[in-house]
Design a protein around this ligand. Structure first.
Ligand SMILES: Cc1ncc(COP(=O)(O)O)c(C=O)c1O
Length: 362
């Protein structure tokens, strides 16, 4: 039997390289107490926080396809890019190391918080090869892209994973996720959702889900909640990414993957606040409410803002008697043992010590 929902529904997708390490399917659960609090009759969560044993969240599904491709192409080094506290960089390095690949990252600074330092500590345990591409936290995207291109031109042997793992390969993880949800609906584990709320950063999750739901013949509408700058998360980008995935799927024999149009999904901007990573009052309230009613852990940058959007939009969108699903994208894996075992002085380059000394160079 084929081992992914995507392959079960589209057997020719078996030709896509993939290395299996995610804990799938992730559960769908009702959020009865939160639903009652919000006057929503049928609220559910998709537990992608439990998608992996070493690290969870939405990166794991993408990395199955990305690292699978790296291995199939014979690479032994994998690099990616992100801010020093990036969940994506951490997840990539953890699973690359597990798969026998040498991990590395091009890093740029961000304001240093205790959470960022913990992610750096956890990252150091994968003994990654790290390069700080700038000493400034604010670096124009174009300058960053040029520096990355220059760096990659000097290292053709490396398999490169773009920010957030949101390439046409990585986002296939969320086409697979949509197929998984379709099977759970078919099995009677959850009613077909009218609306899904999901965080939108580099938009691979949103693009993959939108394309996958359409391929599965579901009429569920996905609402992406923008949590990064508009330059990074926008509708044309989601449609382009979905188009590239459709081309890949067709190239491996999947019959006429549909095209994604601007009406197939929403991308909403009202919950971003002032800046990436800056908490909003509604986001903080949503975090408290999810914790108090369901013991569900959210954070301020992605998932708090997404839950705030679900709360804020429920009246205008008439969701009271609809089936609503919140897609939980944050890792639920406890990293405390990994963090306690970290030796940052030994395993991070000298220039990173400034972050721990309180001189963050930003
Ligand atoms: C917890 C969490 N949720 C959501 C996202 C956004 O996913 P995507 O980049 O696919 O839009 C990220 C990206 O880093 C994340 O860390």
């Amino acid at each position: 039997m084929a081992d992914t929902a995507l392959q079960r529904q589209f057997p020719s997708a078996e030709a896509l390289p993939r290395t299996a390490f995610a804990q799938l399917p992730t559960r769908v659960e009702p959020l009865k107490s939160l639903g009652a609090e919000l006057n929503l009759q049928d609220l559910w969560v998709k537990r992608d926080d439990q998608s992996g044993t070493l690290y969870g969240g939405n990166k794991v599904r993408k990395l199955e396809f990305l690292l699978g491709e790296a291995l199939a192409e014979g690479h032994d080094e994998v690099w990616t890019v992100g801010a020093i506290g990036s969940h994506h960089v951490l997840a990539t390095c953890i699973y690359a190391r597990q798969q026998g690949l040498e991990p590395g990252a091009l890093h740029f600074p961000q304001p240093v918080t205790e959470h960022v330092l913990d992610n750096l500590r956890a990252l150091s345990t994968t003994q990654p090869d790290l390069t700080l591409v700038s000493n400034r936290a604010q670096i124009p995207v174009e300058v960053l892209r040029t520096r990355i291109r220059e760096w990659l031109a000097r290292h053709p042997e490396v398999y490169y994973i773009p920010a957030g793992g949101s390439s046409a390969t990585g986002a296939l993880g969320y086409v697979n996720a949509a197929m998984e949800l379709a099977e759970q609906i078919e099995n009677g584990e959850v009613p077909e959702p009218d609306t899904i709320f999901v965080a939108a950063g580099t938009c691979g999750t949103l693009a993959g889900l939108t394309l996958g739901l359409k391929m599965a013949g579901l009429s569920t509408h996905v609402v992406g909640v923008r949590v990064v700058d508009r330059l990074i998360a926008n509708k044309p980008l989601v449609m382009r990414l979905a188009g590239k995935m459709a081309t890949r799927l067709e190239a491996c024999g999947v019959d006429s993957a549909p095209s994604v149009s601007k009406d197939d999904f929403d991308l909403i901007h009202d919950y971003f606040g002032r800046d990436y990573g800056e908490p909003t009052p509604e986001g903080q309230r949503a975090i408290r409410l999810a914790d108090q009613t369901e013991g569900l852990t959210l954070e301020p940058t992605y998932t708090g803002k997404t839950m705030a959007a679900l709360i804020g939009e429920r009246e205008d969108r008439g969701l009271r008697d609809k089936t609503v699903l919140y897609w939980h994208t944050l890792s639920g894996v406890d990293l405390s043992e990994r963090i306690a075992a970290a030796d940052v002085a030994a395993d991070l380059p000298d220039e990173y010590q400034q972050f721990f000394d309180g001189k963050d160079g930003t």
